[in-house]
Design a protein around this ligand. Structure first.
Ligand code: ADP
Length: 580
């Protein structure tokens, strides 16, 4: 950046030589024509073999040299200043992304995904503008104005004063207009987001809209938004169209002042005609830097606001990270919760309340309970998506907090309640958690999750693209793909959060059969609404309001005739009704 500043200073130095050389040429040629100069017969002679020709040739060479040096230095300026601003942007983008990935769920509860997106894209662009154009234009304004005003001063103080009068006006005008444009562009951008959001929602719910015969009303809604957008945009366009004419008007005033005042001074013999030409160019040189002053002040304010928003992300506490003494473990797979309590950030109520239990390595344990009883929250504490507010969780007798976080998570295969599949091939979706998964590994995992046959039915098999650009899987297929994703990691601990809810009972039976035989020795934790899924578990915990209310095997729990039994009876009844 320092180098860039030096180049730019140099560029401006050579730039002010141009009007000086023009003045010199004009004055010399004029002096020649005033003397009893023998005018050559032809233009050719004038240019190449006369006294005037020599003056012109000499000055032209100097001019060429100045223009060339100016050009080279300007190129060097951009190659240093703008390139380094791009490097700042690159570093910052990576830094922000790295931070965002590590930030706790609490952060994502505070900021919407849209806001996070804006911070890692738009805001970074605005800060880059500070390091690039803002700094460049500021140095340009300072150095150019410095050189030009010095030259003006050396020529004539009074004319300098007159020529500079309208310039502050240009600056203030540029500040005002860029501010206005920015403010309204933001409003328009927001309006556009609403419009685009509405269109997106319409298309994703197009079947519903047709089925409910809502086409006309949707159309009216869209037109109203579209009309609002058009009006705002036209208004902004009008202001933008005013910018150049108004700027030219102010420039025109400056030039007129120079010609009027300067002309009078030439007549009085204070300055030469060449000086007027020189001054006119000086004024033209100052216009853009002076307008840029207004523009950069505005940009600077915006960059600062963006920087504050980025800083908010960078200063955010990561909370969940490996401790400095993190150790690696040779996993056997026992898990113990000791008096664990948890509440979500910003909420007073304990979602998990003093829960203690132990799972032996290789056991198959299930959690059941009503919706909202805290099952999902409880199991999310194991891969440390959240940390408990009280109590400790141990794996193989070691506190989770002293285990290397990356290693801990690589030991756990977690199938969340909501399946998320990327807009990528099914194969890549399954291979998500492992580096360089082989074809055999992907197919093996798909087979174990009972989804291979479905995949082979697709024309492109494992290369079938999912999501917006591809096909949509059924709920059950999605869940089984997610299970394959967890199985391919071959983790020591598997956690299924209601991961078979959309799978039919026959397929469920097949998956469970595999899990029982193929996963023997692995610790498995299952959450389910369906008793059929978990009835064979080694221990079933019934969760009520964040506490374990009942524990035991299926038979033991039925014998207790408590919450579990009533849940079971209800399900039997529902099944019977469904059959009828
Ligand atoms: P379950 O899995 O048994 O249905 P959850 O663990 O999902 O229950 O939810 C337990 C309680 O925690 C519910 O009352 C739910 O509203 C609340 N809860 C879940 N997620 C959050 C969150 N991110 N922030 C605040 N409260 C939450």
């Amino acid at each position: 950046m320092v180098l860039g500043a030096l180049f730019l200073t140099g560029a401006n130095f050579f730039l002010v030589w141009i009007p000086v050389l023009i003045r010199q040429t004009m004055d010399e040629v004029e002096a020649l024509s005033d003397s009893n100069y023998d005018v050559p017969d032809s233009l050719f002679q004038t240019l190449f073999s006369s006294e005037a020709g020599i003056i012109l040739a000499e000055n032209s060479l100097y001019l060429l040299g100045s223009v060339a040096l100016y050009g080279v230095l300007l190129f060097a300026t951009r190659q240093t200043l703008i390139v380094s601003s791009r490097k700042v942007e690159f570093d910052m983008r990576n830094q922000v992304l790295e931070k965002l990935m590590k930030l706790p769920q609490r952060f994502y509860a505070k900021f919407s995904s849209g806001e996070v997106y804006v911070r890692s894209t738009e805001d970074i662009n605005k800060v880059r503008e500070y390091y690039g154009p803002v700094i460049m234009y500021s140095i340009n304004t300072i150095t150019r104005a410095g050189f030009v005003i010095t030259m003006m001063y050396l020529v004539n103080k009074e004319l300098m004063f007159w020529a500079l009068i309208p310039l502050p006006l240009i600056s203030v005008f540029a500040y005002w207009i860029t501010g206005y444009i920015h403010k309204h562009s933001t409003i328009i951008q927001e309006q556009y987001s609403v419009l685009a959001g509405q269109a997106k929602e319409t298309f994703s719910s197009i079947r519903l809209i047709k089925a409910y015969n809502r086409i006309d009303s949707e159309q009216v809604k869209f037109e109203r938004l579209s009309e609002g957008y058009r009006k705002k945009k036209l208004r902004l366009d009008m202001i933008e169209s005013l910018f150049h004419p108004a700027l030219n008007f102010l420039i025109g005033i400056s030039l007129i002042i120079v010609i009027w005042k300067g002309g009078a001074m030439v007549i009085e013999g204070i300055i030469t005609i060449g000086n007027i030409a020189e001054f006119l160019i000086y004024v033209a040189y100052l216009i853009w830097p002076v307008a840029a002053l207004g523009y950069t002040t505005n940009r600077f304010q915006r960059s600062l606001a963006s920087w504050n928003r980025i800083e908010e992300v960078l200063d955010e506490d990561v909370e969940i990270e490996s401790s400095s003494e993190a150790q690696s473990i040779d996993l056997k797979g026992s898990i113990e919760f000791k008096n664990v309590s948890f509440k979500y950030p910003g909420s007073e109520e304990k979602v998990i309340n003093n829960v203690s239990f132990k799972i032996e390595a290789g056991q198959n344990v299930a959690f059941v309970g009503r919706t909202g009883s805290g099952k999902t929250t409880l199991i999310q504490l194991i891969p440390r998506l959240f940390d408990p507010v009280e109590g400790t969780i141990l794996i193989d007798g070691i506190d989770l907090k002293s285990i290397n976080l990356d290693e801990l998570r690589s030991l756990i295969g977690y199938v969340p309640q909501e399946t998320f599949l990327f807009s990528d091939t099914i194969g890549e979706n399954i291979a998500f958690g492992v580096e360089d998964a082989s074809k055999e590994m992907i197919e093996g995992a798909a087979e174990k999750a009972q989804v291979k046959e479905n995949i082979l039915d697709f024309e492109k098999k494992f290369e079938t693209i999912l999501g917006e650009r591809g096909i949509t899987l059924s709920g059950g297929q999605k869940q089984r793909t997610a299970i394959a994703r967890a199985l391919i990691k071959n983790p020591g601990i598997l956690i299924f959060d209601d991961s078979l809810s959309a799978v039919d009972t026959k397929t469920e039976e097949a998956i469970l059969k595999h899990l029982r035989s193929g996963l023997s020795g692995k610790t498995t934790i299952m959450i389910s609404h369906r008793i059929s899924t978990i009835k064979d578990a080694d221990i079933i915990h019934y969760l009520k309001d964040g506490s374990i209310a009942e524990s035991g095997t299926h038979e033991e729990l039925l014998a207790k005739n408590g919450h579990y039994t009533s849940m079971y009876n209800k399900q039997i009844l529902e099944e019977e009704l469904a059959e009828i």
